[in-house]
Design a protein around this ligand. Structure first.
Ligand code: ZN
Length: 266
């Protein structure tokens, strides 16, 4: 069995401070592959560095909506530094990018403009995207629809079962994390029941999202095994089947070689 944590911030503390320990504990839990998305230029660069050092880690690069103003990019956002990074460091996806209407004092027009620019970049580079979205699933759908050649994953999906068909029809995968481990997370669990088995990815968003049993700041990629366990129970799959399906899905979306994962020998 090999699980794939398709969304973990190994560039960030506390994970970055004990990376070898984090990877070892993950391996002990059957988690052997990792996708590390960037959220600004520095974290994107750091993700690419990790991918270069650790064969089990793959990197994505992009500007997250919450980092738009902090980098003073606003509407004159240029994708040029990301384009260059893509050429030099071969990330396997653009992300995380998206819309976040839960943020205070953010221009929705700016968020949409920056998202469109990065979707264009993904189209030109033929790379999949990793989408972050809060309270903006309708506008997100309308923007993604403008880029029919681009697909990706909607990470930590919280849009509910009604909208799911629309994103699936565009070719998107759906990322499930700690939410499915919570017995009272009705909407997420309902959604996890109806997504086709070839479109489901597993993730932790560690260290930023916890689970039923793990506190937020303590989450690690190893906890993707609990997500797999909950999903297996919901879908009445075996754990092995769940691991194989979701890891295969991630490999297909991110166009990875089957053989790529080798944890560093310790
Ligand atoms: Zn994230």
């Amino acid at each position: 069995m090999e699980l794939f944590d398709t969304h973990c911030h190994l560039t960030d503390p506390p994970l970055s401070q004990d990376l070898d320990g984090v990877l070892r504990r993950a391996a002990d839990a059957g988690v052997g592959r990792f996708m590390v998305p960037g959220y600004d230029l520095a974290s994107s660069r750091a993700a690419c560095r990790l991918a270069k050092t650790y064969p089990a880690i793959k990197a994505a690069i992009g500007l997250h909506p919450a980092w738009i103003d902090q980098t003073h990019i606003k509407t004159d956002f240029s994708p040029e530094p990301f384009r260059q990074m893509a050429r030099l460091r071969s990330p396997v996806a653009i992300g995380e990018i998206g819309l976040d209407y839960a943020l205070k004092d953010f221009s929705t027009a700016t968020q949409a403009a920056v998202l469109r620019t990065q979707l264009e970049l993904a189209a030109v580079l033929s790379l999949p995207v990793i989408i972050h979205c809060r309270r903006a699933f309708e506008p997100l759908y309308l923007i993604l629809r403008e880029f029919p050649g681009v697909a990706g994953v909607i990470h930590a999906y919280g849009g509910g079962p009604k909208l799911i068909e629309k994103f699936l029809a565009l070719g998107y995968y759906i990322g499930f994390g700690g939410g499915v481990t919570r017995p009272n997370a009705r909407k997420v669990r309902e959604t996890a029941l109806i997504v086709p088995s070839d479109r489901i990815l597993l993730e932790t968003d560690a260290p930023y999202i916890g689970s039923h049993t793990v506190a937020k700041r303590e989450s690690e990629p190893k906890d993707v095994s609990a997500v797999a366990q909950s999903l297996a129970e919901l879908r009445r799959w075996s754990l092995a089947e769940t691991a194989s399906l979701t890891t295969t899905n991630a490999g297909r979306l991110f166009k990875l070689k089957k053989s790529y994962s080798i944890l560093p020998e310790t």
